[in-house]
Write a protein that binds this ligand. Structure first.
Ligand SMILES: *Cc1c(COP(=O)(O)O)cnc(C)c1O
Length: 390
């Protein structure tokens, strides 16, 4: 891998080799397989004595370029790219965990990840204990002799709480555990978990990495030996990223820095506006001084991220009324798009979750999660203002 330059430069100048056509923009390598000159080359390639692409379930030039870029962005030794964020989460867990193992995870994880812990891992006798994101000191009490790793997302969804990765890493080192971080909300532009002690970093590339709501993708990067195990599992089981999606995503990463800067600028402006609105009970955004983990956020994040959480007056009805009056912003469960998206967790994604669990992850009946897009901030605020006032 070549020497690391500035983030933006690596994002743009990390490209797979030119073909004989000297193209400026990398072409799409839509091929399932690759050909060999002779029997010896084929043997040496399969024996891994020679580094080259064999079959696109294993690797592909577009996918390799995407992986190399994300590795540079995260300061990681190696990586493997997947068809979706969940394929990355599942394949990473399935590689690391044996029957009878145990995981300690933050209580507010992506819904599908929660589904893996509760519905599928028990069938392989793998258990998970959740630590309360507001009482991160208690994490150590949950560690058992069979615990393999600590898993966390930060900032969390949908409450935008911030977890101190340096602290989690110190606990992991003390107990000889791995630290695995889902860095999807922050993106590698805002936060590099490896710098704070993470062994593996997972992304859903579907969100801000694509940034335009077009393709699915996922990636796990980190320690070379662990990635090697993840690669061996994945090349057999087939969750690999398609070359088409890798091509789209690698182009998207060229503009990640400028896009994320703007997402964050819009988010901070909306958060500051909402703080003084009489119908808003509270606002949470990592870079607001009022955020309980403001200092931790400042330590580990470059900017506050693209998500703002707030509570409108009037409980479930207040929340529903707000949503019914939104005119421009999209009502959708997605996030990290050019379009601003608002969601109401209490009546949608978390409708079936027990009240204690909802409280523990910071969801109240009137909680709104807003994923700031790239529209002009005045138009975003105008839409939210008229919905709050109707
Ligand atoms: C969306 C998301 C995922 C899953 O990614 P997909 O690409 O939808 O499979 C995992 N973790 C977080 C935090 C997410 O937001």
């Amino acid at each position: 891998m070549s020497k690391k330059k500035h983030f933006e430069t690596d994002a743009i100048r990390t490209q797979s080799e030119n073909t004989q056509f000297s193209e400026h923009s990398v072409p799409m390598y839509l091929t399932s397989g690759f050909v060999f000159d002779d029997a010896e080359e084929m043997r040496a390639s399969f024996a891994e004595e020679k580094q080259r692409d064999l079959y696109s379930r294993y690797s592909n030039p577009n996918v390799n370029e995407f992986v190399e870029k994300v590795c540079k962005m995260e300061g990681a030794e190696d990586g493997f790219a997947f068809a979706s964020g969940m394929a990355a989460v599942f394949s990473t867990f399935a590689t690391l965990l044996d029957a009878g193992d145990h995981v300690v995870s933050c209580s507010s994880v992506f819904g599908a990840t929660h589904g893996l812990f509760t519905k599928y891992f028990p069938k392989w006798n793998i258990e998970c204990s959740y630590f309360n994101i507001n009482e991160v000191e208690t994490v150590e009490d949950l560690i058992q002799p069979n615990t393999k790793f600590i898993y966390a997302e930060t900032p969390t969804n949908p409450g935008v709480d911030v977890l101190d990765m340096e602290f989690l890493s110190s606990i992991c080192k003390k107990h000889n555990l791995l630290l695995v971080i889902d860095n999807c909300f922050a993106t590698p532009y805002l936060q590099n978990p490896i710098k704070f002690g993470a062994d593996l970093v997972i992304h859903s590339a579907t969100k801000l990495m694509d940034g335009q709501g077009r393709v699915l993708g996922g990636i796990t990067v980190g320690n070379k030996e662990l990635i090697r195990e993840i690669y061996l599992f994945s090349r057999l089981t087939g969750p690999s990223m398609s070359p088409f999606n890798a091509w789209v995503l690698s182009k998207s990463l060229e503009t990640l820095a400028v896009r994320v800067e703007k997402h964050c600028e819009n988010a901070l402006k909306l958060a500051e506006y909402l703080e003084s609105h009489p119908k808003v009970k509270w606002v949470k955004y990592p870079f607001l001084k009022s955020h309980p983990k403001y200092e931790v956020a400042k330590k580990q994040m470059r900017l506050g991220g693209s998500i703002v959480a707030f509570e409108v007056e009037g409980g479930i009805e207040g929340g529903r009324n707000f949503f019914d009056n939104i005119k421009m912003c999209s009502l959708s469960a997605n996030l990290g798009d050019t379009r601003t998206i608002v969601t109401h967790p209490a009546s949608t994604t978390h409708a079936k979750v027990e009240p204690e669990v909802k409280a523990a992850v910071g969801i109240t009946d009137g909680t709104v999660r807003c994923s700031l897009g790239l529209e002009h901030i005045d138009d975003i605020i105008a839409d939210i203002e008229q919905a709050l006032d109707s």
